[in-house]
Write a protein that binds this ligand. Structure first.
Ligand code: TRP
Length: 334
């Protein structure tokens, strides 16, 4: 890890089983960055509790997410992989940044508005200040680049605003992060509602393919995916179901859209769906195999967890100390 390498930070919530969408849209691309950047990939369990979670499930999902990070090929020697809750600096910086963020700014966050509607019985303060915790995640590590999807752009913009505001008062404390615009991953849509994004928190499990779904489950879900009635495999916005399946097929096989269209135009949806299913199964099987191997090696996992938190903690502490000094907290006597 040389110093000149730019720092990349990203995170995923352990709020459900990760999906083919998470894999093709994010994880798979992360693995391509690990040689050229200094990357931190956080499992943001503290973000996850902004909506109610079953504690047993949450802990299990956090572990599964870690195993899947490793199984897709994120190397813990090259990347810092860790649980957010193991590095208390996130919460400490978030508190400070809360005092430099305006209610009006948080009120404008579209994700807060959406989540307030979908969790109307639990509009807690954490849900409201969620973007400030995310800003802390990013700013703690002097991050240069943040690979995020469209839905997180507004939060990243806020992190930049907070950093600029803080720097404006105290001098250059935070690096101002930018969105990472690399080769964008495939945007995978819900199988039954192909106009909305595939999401791991979707209640309808027929909408999602989990990375760890059994082959027959995957085949069935794809077989039942919503399409249309004209039976022509063509890439068009008017055919969101087929378009989604073509995107998935091409992302997992590396085949171009044009040649996939050519191959399947008149094959009929049954044949096409079977090919998509088989291609997805073939892509996920080695990952699933790897997860099974990792599950047998708890000592190794424990080492990864411990070392990840240590490495992240060291970097985070540097920034936090600077911030604490700037805002006027008394120096700690050690
Ligand atoms: N809010 C992000 C999401 O739900 C997850 C996240 C938390 C994140 N902290 C982050 C992403 C920092 C990038 C950088 O998808």
């Amino acid at each position: 890890m040389t110093e000149e390498k730019k720092i990349i930070f990203s995170g995923m919530q352990p709020s459900g089983l990760i999906t083919l969408g998470n894999y093709l849209g994010a994880l798979n691309n992360w693995t391509k960055l690990q040689n050229d950047y200094h990357c931190l990939y956080c499992i943001v369990d503290m973000h996850a509790i902004t909506v109610r979670q079953d504690p047993i499930k949450l802990r299990k999902q956090a572990k599964e997410l870690l195993l899947q990070y490793l199984a897709v090929g994120l190397d813990p020697e090259k990347n810092i992989i860790y649980y957010q809750s193991h590095v208390p600096q996130h919460a400490e910086l978030a508190w400070i940044l809360n005092c430099y963020t305006y209610m009006g700014e948080l009120n404008r966050m579209t994700q807060f508005k959406e989540k307030s509607l979908s969790h109307a019985d639990n509009i807690n303060a954490g849900l409201f200040t969620y973007p400030v915790l995310m800003a802390a995640d990013i700013l703690l590590y002097q991050t240069d680049l943040v690979p995020v999807g469209e839905d997180q752009r507004q939060h990243l913009e806020l992190a930049r605003d907070i950093a600029n505001r803080f720097n404006g008062v105290y001098g250059e404390v935070f690096k101002i992060p930018e969105g990472y615009i690399g080769k964008v991953g495939a945007r995978v849509m819900a199988l039954q509602e192909p106009t909305k994004k595939m999401s791991k928190s979707d209640e309808n499990k027929n909408n999602t393919i989990a990375l760890l779904d059994e082959p027959n489950v995957i085949m069935n879900k794809i077989k039942r995916a919503m399409t249309d009635s004209d039976n022509e495999v063509r890439y068009s916005d008017e055919k969101p179901g087929i378009k989604n399946l073509l995107n998935i097929y091409c992302a997992v096989t590396g085949v171009s859209i044009e040649s996939a269209e050519k191959e399947f135009t008149h094959a009929g949806y049954g044949v096409f769906k079977k090919a998509v299913g088989e291609a997805v199964v073939a892509k996920l099987q080695p990952i699933q195999q790897k997860v099974k191997e990792l599950e047998k090696n708890q000592d190794y996992i424990d080492t990864v967890i411990k070392e990840g938190a240590e490495k992240a903690g060291k970097m985070a502490y540097k920034t936090l100390q600077k911030v604490q000094k700037k805002v006027g907290f008394p120096t700690r006597v050690r």
